[in-house]
Write a new protein. Structure first.
Length: 351
């Protein structure tokens, strides 16, 4: 998911620069005074939809503090992506992102977001439920063991499939299909009888075109468009939502504690704008990609009752095996799962 087509980058930048927030024109009263501070944030890749919120954070910290809080986004060079948590632990830099699948045994609490068919596909639900989850005491304790605190979820879109041949209209139709999937999505597809294929993202186009692979899962919709999968596909799933991942932003606890309170407060205030900027960048890509998919391909959609049945038949058993049972000796996993589901329901209920 790290590669993006130039078109998406342009859309994301446009979304980030045009998305308006109420009260975005700060007055003198909104300025925050404090000492000169420099933070370095370890990232990877290039500016893209995933980082548009962080770009906004960097800009606003500088603007709201008159340049006194310098928040540098380092796209490569500070650490390898899989070593960002190590850098945070030793204080090599103040902030970073890591992906839950980089070190599942080190950050098992974050692996909950790779479970299939969780009812958190809606952006508003995903953002608010994820943010609340990371504030749970058990999660905070786990991260504190690495001298880290999670600032915010690194929300990624739900995965969907693009494929060739006969579209899968019901669960049984996946049986025997050769699919490119990983993580919780792979667990789900395996239970459905699909044959899992380990295919590098750069080879997906050719292998799908040749029929070596029947279906490909990527974060929807930007990654499919980035790899031009739609050019060799016949169909796509529009709301299957079999799973996703999470790449949260973390701070070094010592660096956080060293900040004056007014800077801590400012970071927390800006967090929700960061979420909105990231969401807007993804939605800008969807506005281009989804109509293009719908025009060229057959869309497969499922009813709410069908999705609930998928969750019951496939999701719940994997939730138990891959999270509740697997990490029960280290975390109150059932409590965490129940908490996330309750938070998601709370958002859907509008409370």
């Amino acid at each position: 998911f790290l590669m993006l087509h130039r078109t998406l980058t342009g859309l994301a930048v446009a979304a980030a620069t045009t998305f308006a927030f109420a009260g975005a024109a700060w007055s003198a009263d909104d300025m925050v005074d404090g000492p000169a501070v420099t933070w370095n944030h370890s990232l990877w890749g290039k500016p893209r939809a995933f980082t548009m919120g962080l770009e906004h954070l960097s800009d606003e910290l500088a603007r709201r503090t008159g340049g006194k809080f310098e928040y540098n986004l380092n796209y490569g060079g500070l650490s390898k992506p899989k070593e960002n948590l190590d850098g945070i632990e030793i204080g090599a830099f103040e902030a970073a992102n890591f992906c839950n699948f980089y070190s599942p045994d080190r950050t098992p609490s974050a692996m909950i977001f790779s479970l299939p068919f969780l009812p958190i596909g809606d952006w508003e639900v995903r953002i608010k439920a994820s943010d609340a989850y990371y504030q749970h005491p058990a999660v905070k304790k786990e991260m504190a063991g690495m001298n880290a605190m999670i600032y915010m979820a690194g929300v990624l879109p739900q995965y969907e499939f693009l494929g060739r041949g006969e579209p899968p209209r019901k669960l049984e139709d996946w049986n025997g299909k050769k699919v490119r999937a990983g993580g919780g999505v792979a667990d789900a597809m395996s239970k459905l009888g699909a044959t899992l294929m380990t295919v590098p993202a750069t080879e997906v186009y050719t292998l799908l075109e040749r029929g070596t692979v029947d279906a490909v899962s990527f974060p929807y919709s930007y990654a499919h468009a980035a790899y031009k999968v739609h050019e060799v596909a016949d169909w796509f799933t529009g709301n299957f939502q079999p799973g996703t991942a999470d790449c949260p932003t973390v701070f070094n606890i010592d660096a956080w504690n060293a900040l004056p309170k007014q800077y801590q407060d400012l970071l927390m205030e800006l967090k929700w704008e960061v979420y909105e900027k990231q969401k807007a960048a993804y939605l800008a890509a969807d506005e281009v990609n989804i109509p293009m998919f719908q025009k060229q391909l057959t869309e497969v959609r499922f009813t709410e009752d069908e999705l609930a049945e998928f969750r019951k038949q496939i999701g719940v058993p994997i939730w138990q095996e891959s999270f509740v049972d697997r990490y029960a000796d280290r975390l109150p996993t059932q409590e965490l799962l129940d908490f996330l589901l309750a938070e998601a329901e709370k958002v859907r209920g509008g409370s």
